[in-house]
Ligand binder design. Structure first.
Ligand SMILES: [Zn+2]
Length: 73
């Protein structure tokens, strides 16, 4: 039994769509299935720094926009 911690997914600075893997689902399935059934697709608007997603089994995933490597304007 592992302690369940919040999952966090980082979205690239200019991306609005992401695909993540729910590690909790991954934990509960056969390794031979790979990532099948554990992927989560979601959207994060460009003007949002943070959001959330739910995998198909209802596990909460925190979505955080990654900062650009350079912040010059
Ligand atoms: Zn899940």
């Amino acid at each position: 039994m592992t302690v369940l911690s919040e999952q966090t997914v980082y979205v690239p600075p200019r991306a609005t769509a992401f695909r993540a893997v729910c590690e909790r689902c991954l934990d509960g399935q056969l390794a031979s299935r790979g990532y099948l059934g554990a992927t989560v697709d979601g959207l994060l608007d460009l003007d949002r720094a943070e959001g959330s997603a739910l995998c198909r089994r209802g596990h909460a995933i925190r979505v955080v926009r990654a900062l650009p490597e350079s912040n010059y304007r």
